[in-house]
Design a binder for this molecule. Structure first.
Ligand code: PLP
Length: 446
């Protein structure tokens, strides 16, 4: 492989998502060539511990041959057919049924997409349709949260609350509002957890009352907010949110694109935080990132209205329920279940990971080390007791990320938070490797 030539071609022809492409062209992109378990190798031969599971997604780890074999077999048997023309395929039906079985309650009905963004686009249309066919066309407002992330399509980015994304392309689209999410560290963290949880949830009720419950269709949130920096809510937050949604007949949507498939300890974030969404969106861990796939799970109430009163569902993608993708998802779930990967991570690895992560929290550069299950963040600060961020956001975080990479560790940085989301198959020895490389990188950053 001629690395320099590939870098030249990359700079000349390839626009990278979520990147300053001019800066990247100067620096030269890193080419990844191979993965095994929790490690990936780059074209220069460096072995890197991937503490971010690609992009929160490689839950079963790299190099699982079974997933490739299932994909190859399905491509040979029937490479493609859709579910549009009164048809479908076996893996797609089996996956819908398997997901219904895995869901914590009556989220029994799957609609397939290619990505998490498309899953969130789907709910925007389907929820509005759900209310419209019940003669409530004005009940069409979505409430999301500032700094939430629900994808990069027009609807996904509008439901999300990332200011930088709203600036590009004139978002959000109309009838989407946002409230402040819980952010313990940023809000000073001096209230008792329950009280803080109630105060943050009350922001939703205040917004519903301001807009009128007859106008509010749904509330959407990530059980743990990932992209903004792994903001973990107070324990009671989601239960309070659910009560408010029920009081005002507002549908509750859990975006489990990151949290689903074991990331927060339980199979789904709604189980970790003990609440019952009406709709759940999934992607990433559904195939461990081996092939693109997203899904929306609807509960019986919503599905009944869509299926029996909604008329023709004027929504879908060429690749909704692509048989190769659904076959890979089934195999991925088989691996997760038969090898007890979620339970092993929750019971044997997560407690040790949390212990070592909190040790990193003792480093002078770290203001807070937060973690739930297999997802966490280190908040870097200039002055440890002051709990304030750096005056210029993101400079130190980016430096720490680059130093970690040079030390053989992939951690993502959002502003000055270093994010952790390793493959669920990480071992205790690899957790020690992670700790050693992270501590050294913090030392070199300070
Ligand atoms: N929702 C959440 C919570 C996400 O973190 C992401 C991606 O990171 C998405 C939605 C969008 O998923 P995708 O990138 O597959 O479109």
């Amino acid at each position: 492989m001629d690395i320099r030539e590939l870098q030249r071609l990359d700079a000349a022809h390839h626009l990278h998502p979520f990147n300053d492409n001019a800066a990247l062209a100067k620096r030269g992109t890193r080419l990844l060539t191979r993965g095994e378990g929790c490690h990936v190798w780059d074209a220069d031969g460096n072995r890197l511990l991937d503490a971010f599971a690609g992009l929160w997604c490689v839950n079963v780890g790299y190099g699982r041959r079974e997933l490739g074999e299932v994909a190859a077999k399905q491509m040979q048997d029937l490479a493609y057919y859709n579910s549009f023309f009164q048809c479908t395929t076996e893996p797609t039906v089996r996956l819908a049924a398997k997901l219904a079985e895995l869901m914590p309650h009556d989220l029994n009905h799957a609609f397939f997409t290619n990505s998490g963004s498309e899953a969130n686009d789907t709910i925007l249309r389907m929820v509005r349709h759900f209310w419209a066919v019940q003669d409530k066309p004005r009940k069409n407002i979505f409430i999301g949260r500032h700094n939430g992330y629900h994808g990069s399509t027009v609807a996904g980015a509008s439901l999300g609350g990332m200011k930088g994304m709203h600036k590009q392309g004139g978002l959000p689209i109309p009838d989407i509002h946002h409230i402040d999410p819980p952010f313990w560290f940023g809000d000073g963290g001096d209230l008792p957890e329950e009280e803080y949880g109630r105060i943050c949830a009350q922001r939703l009720e205040d917004k519903i009352l301001e807009l009128g419950a007859d106008r509010v269709a749904a509330f959407i949130g990530e059980p743990v907010m990932g992209a903004i920096g792994v903001w973990i809510p107070p324990r009671n937050y989601w239960q309070e949110i659910e009560k408010i949604c029920r009081r005002h007949d507002v549908l509750l949507v859990a975006d489990e694109v990151i949290c689903g498939f074991g990331r927060t300890g339980e199979w789904f974030g709604a189980q970790t935080f003990d609440f019952r969404p009406d709709i759940m969106t999934l992607a990433k861990g559904i195939t461990s990132g081996y092939i693109p796939l997203g899904a929306v799970m609807f509960n019986d109430r919503v599905a009944e209205v869509l299926a029996t009163r909604g008329g023709e569902l004027a929504h879908g993608y060429t690749y909704s329920g692509h048989p190769v993708c659904t076959a890979v998802a089934l195999e991925n779930i088989r691996i997760l279940q038969e090898e007890g990967i979620v339970e092993r991570a929750r019971d044997h690895v997560a407690p040790y990971l949390a212990q070592r992560w909190r040790e990193l929290g003792e480093h002078p550069l770290v203001g807070e080390a937060r973690i739930v299950g297999m997802v966490g963040a280190l908040e870097l600060v200039p002055d440890k007791p002051g709990r304030r961020g750096f005056a210029e956001k993101g400079v130190v975080g980016t430096r720490c990320r680059d130093i970690a990479l040079a030390n053989g560790l992939i951690l993502r940085a959002t502003n000055d938070a270093m994010l952790l989301s390793p493959p669920l198959v990480i071992t205790r020895e690899e957790v020690d490797e992670l700790f050693g490389k992270a501590w050294k990188s913090l030392d070199m950053t300070a």
